[in-house]
Design a protein around this ligand. Structure first.
Ligand SMILES: NC(=O)c1ccc[n+]([C@@H]2O[C@H](COP(=O)([O-])OP(=O)(O)OC[C@H]3O[C@@H](n4cnc5c(N)ncnc54)[C@H](O)[C@@H]3O)[C@@H](O)[C@H]2O)c1
Length: 339
């Protein structure tokens, strides 16, 4: 019988519970046996829902539990480094939600700790597991569109920004909150690294905070070039109000691939006024539900089969580098070179 990978969920919030629910029946050979969250109410609620054995308010107690093989790290980003490094030192495999860490130095510490302790490190870029994105990648590799020349990607989110997000030294704005997925997907499709980045942004939906937070932006347009010469365009926006929207277009020398649409499902209502209505995508939780499930399965598989995770610490680090360079470009109005 194959070993079951026993996991501890660290951070039982929005994204954490998506992973935890996957492990509760949808991930073969993986199981959540423990939950850790300093918010005891959230931890207890999760323990009850997941019907798991252990519940801790301090993650160190989870790391001292010898039954735990791996952690599913879904706390706010500022805690990722401390917890991931401690977990690696206790020989626990690490799945870490994106962004891997708050900055490049922290990300590198996590990568080093996992390598030194010979544990797996996978970063939560779930688009790499989405069936349509995967099919696009396969089509590129099969030569269906010739050589890739231009990749466009967008992510728009519906949520109203929380007050702390207006200070972009705290939040980084859409380029950090949503576009890290686009940058990772661009790197993946181009099979190359981004060399230069130029970003412009503006605040269109919260004019009342313009005076207090002049750097706050809710919409950003980014152009990038890759080492190979491939071109890229990314746009990001928050508080768009119409729904959650994530799409990609890949232009090749001999064809083009489109990934994603704005609709939620196959319901279409054609009306006598000449218009066609279809429900918009409400949230990333719905759009990428299958991707999250495949991502969690892939993490368990790489531990069981001792293979390299499909999204590595290096991918997490590169995405942070691109986001940081994008913010620098946006704030200083210049093209930024990425080493
Ligand atoms: N892949 C994606 O698209 C995606 C989507 C949402 C969030 N995320 C990432 O997931 C992470 C969490 O985001 P969220 O929206 O779920 O946040 P959240 O605020 O909903 O949940 C975070 C939880 O972590 C808990 N926590 C805080 N400190 C802790 C500690 N030291 N130990 C254990 N638990 C602790 C909090 O009490 C809270 O319950 C962030 O890094 C975020 O960027 C990724």
């Amino acid at each position: 019988m194959q070993k079951i990978i026993h996991c501890c969920l660290i951070g039982a919030g929005r994204a954490g519970m998506i992973h935890a629910r996957n492990y509760n029946g949808k991930v073969k050979n993986g199981k959540i046996i423990a939950v850790s969250d300093p918010n005891e109410e959230a931890a207890k609620k999760a323990q009850q829902e997941l019907n798991c054995k252990y519940c801790y308010s301090d993650y160190n107690d989870a790391l001292n539990n010898e039954e735990v093989d791996a952690i599913i790290l879904v706390t706010p980003t500022k805690f990722h480094k401390e917890i991931a490094v401690a977990a690696a030192q206790k020989k626990k495999h690490v799945f870490c939600e994106k962004p891997l860490a708050s900055n490049e130095e922290e990300a590198q510490s996590i990568i080093d700790a996992c390598a030194q302790n010979n544990v797996k490190l996978q970063v939560g870029f779930m688009r790499r597991f989405d069936p349509e994105f995967v099919a696009a990648k396969e089509a590129i590799e099969e030569g269906a569109i010739g050589d890739v020349v231009l990749i466009k990607s967008l992510t728009h989110g519906p949520s109203e920004p929380k007050k702390w997000m207006y200070d972009i030294t705290n939040s980084g704005g859409p380029i950090e909150e949503v576009n890290s997925h686009d940058f990772d997907a661009l790197r993946w499709m181009a099979n190359d690294e981004i060399k230069t980045i130029y970003a412009v942004g503006n605040n269109f939906r919260s004019p009342e905070v313009k005076e207090e937070y002049p750097d706050y932006y809710d919409t950003v347009a980014v152009t990038v070039t890759f080492n190979s010469g491939i071109l890229g365009m990314v746009d990001g926006a928050q508080y768009v109000q119409y729904g959650y929207d994530a799409r990609m277009e890949i232009l090749g020398t001999k064809g083009c691939i489109l990934v994603g649409d704005q609709g939620k499902n196959k319901l279409t209502i054609a009306e006598s006024n000449g218009y066609i209505r279809t429900p918009a995508m409400p949230t990333w939780r719905y759009l990428f539900r299958e991707a999250y499930q495949r991502e969690d399965q892939s993490f368990v598989n790489c531990i069981l089969n001792d293979t390299e995770p499909l999204v590595t610490g290096f991918d997490g680090l590169m995405s942070i580098k691109v986001v940081r360079a994008g913010l620098e470009s946006l704030l200083e109005h210049k093209v930024v070179n990425i080493e």
